[in-house]
Design a protein around this ligand. Structure first.
Ligand SMILES: NC(=[NH2+])NCCC[C@H](N)C(=O)O
Length: 409
């Protein structure tokens, strides 16, 4: 099978990419929460235990779990040139411009040279100024920097591996993110798909992280081998969807014929398409009641001439659009929180609609969404619960915390 193969949201999951949260979470402070897109500071030990449970449930159900930090360590072990290219790019994108500081950070990171995984984890964790060895007497910049300050920001959202890049068919979209903090995460995607021996020269690339417009993986849903759905959301812009569609259509090997752009509300509770609905079976979805009702969807196909698009606006409802494109008579939409507004809003906030489907009718969910989980069971879905007191503080659920690399066809 191809190195990347993801042509649905529900077919048996064979291989998935995760990141086990590390000390980057301990570099969150009340002042940085908003900028770093967290709502609270998770207790690391418990978050890690919860995450290990997530990986365990996946493995027990036949899924191969690979970690971003291991793939990146392999990449940095390929050659010293690649390692240096990464380190300097990572330092640059952390906003370090002073040549003296660049050198000190580089030298500091090279202490991890014998343990590339530790180097990767440190690059995610961030660096406090006083961790570096330095002699202030040579630099005004150093005198003016508070030693207890974070010189390099942490990347606390890396455990949401769904977003910085996204597998589409046999290719990948290496994204340009909505926020500066998350844009640094896409460096990992760039290096893994360019240099990792398992992926190098084998994976079509449908988006460039240097693009000016943003798209995030949480908005990208592989409906089937012919149809891709993308949310127009807080995180994903219309011009980015056009670019993505053009690049996919230009790939002779890609099977996708239609890109559906769903116009969803632009707010944090519904930041991505996958925070409002996820597919859980051939004809079933969990959804946030907030998007029920009339919905505008744009059907994008190839235009008359090479490189052009045809866009048709469809005013419809979610059920009809999904049924049409899935080729089923009817789809069942299972509402987060049932019919109860307070339960719906609470459980939606804790990612009750953000499930990871590992086989038709089998999903991984957060245990805390008790109302929604019970309703899912009543609908015949096999619900695998994972603990979620700490992981949920980052506002992402099992789908956000995973990037499928291979699903069965
Ligand atoms: N696919 C998702 N819904 N991801 C959720 C990501 C949450 C993350 N804290 C952010 O704000 O970016």
């Amino acid at each position: 099978m191809a190195a990347i193969n993801v042509k649905s949201e529900i077919k048996p999951l064979k291989k998935v990419l995760l990141h086990r949260p590390g000390k980057e979470l301990e570099n969150l402070t009340p002042d940085t929460l908003e900028r770093l897109l967290f709502d609270d500071i998770p207790f690391l030990e418990v978050a890690q235990a919860e995450h290990d449970e997530f990986a365990k449930v996946l493995r027990e159900n036949g899924v191969e779990v690979v970690y971003l930090e291991d793939l990146m360590a392999d990449v940095l072990n390929v050659s010293d040139e690649i390692r240096d290219e990464f380190l300097y790019q990572w330092i640059d994108e952390a906003g370090i411009t002073d040549a003296g500081q660049v050198k000190r950070i580089y030298d500091f990171m090279m202490k991890y040279n014998d343990d590339k995984k530790a180097m990767v984890m440190k690059s995610i964790e961030g660096i406090v100024y006083n961790e570096l060895d330095y002699d202030k007497s040579g630099s005004l910049v150093d005198y003016m920097t508070d030693p207890s300050e974070l010189l390099v920001d942490p990347m606390p959202n890396v455990y949401f591996t769904r977003d910085p890049f996204a597998c589409i068919g046999n290719g990948v979209s290496v994204n340009r993110m909505f926020s500066e903090t998350r844009n640094r995460e896409t460096i990992f995607g760039q290096y893994i798909f360019k240099y990792h021996p398992d992926y190098k020269d084998q994976v079509a690339q449908y988006y460039d992280r240097n693009s000016k417009v943003h798209v995030e993986g949480g908005d990208i849903l592989n409906i089937n081998d012919k149809v891709l759905a993308v949310g127009i959301s807080q995180r994903t812009q219309a011009p980015a969807i056009e670019l993505l569609a053009k690049n996919i259509f230009a790939d002779k090997d890609a099977t996708i014929e239609t890109v559906l752009a769903f116009d969803i509300p632009n707010n944090r509770a519904m930041m991505h398409l996958d925070t409002v609905f996820t597919q859980i079976d051939y004809d079933k979805f969990t959804i946030h009641p907030g998007i029920l009702g009339p919905l505008t969807v744009y059907e994008i196909t190839k235009g008359a001439n090479e490189g052009e698009l045809k866009v048709v606006k469809v005013e419809s409802d979610l059920e009809s659009v999904l049924a049409k494109h899935l080729g089923v008579e009817k789809v069942t939409l299972i509402q987060c929180g049932g019919g109860d507004r307070i339960a719906a809003e609470r459980e939606q906030w804790n990612d009750g609609s953000n499930t990871l489907c590992i086989a038709p009718g089998v999903i991984v969910v957060y245990q805390r969404n008790t109302v929604t989980n019970e309703i899912l069971r009543q609908n015949g879905i096999k619900v695998l619960e994972i603990p979620s007191a700490e992981l949920s503080r980052g506002r992402g659920g099992p789908r956000c915390m995973s990037m499928p690399l291979v699903r069965e066809d």
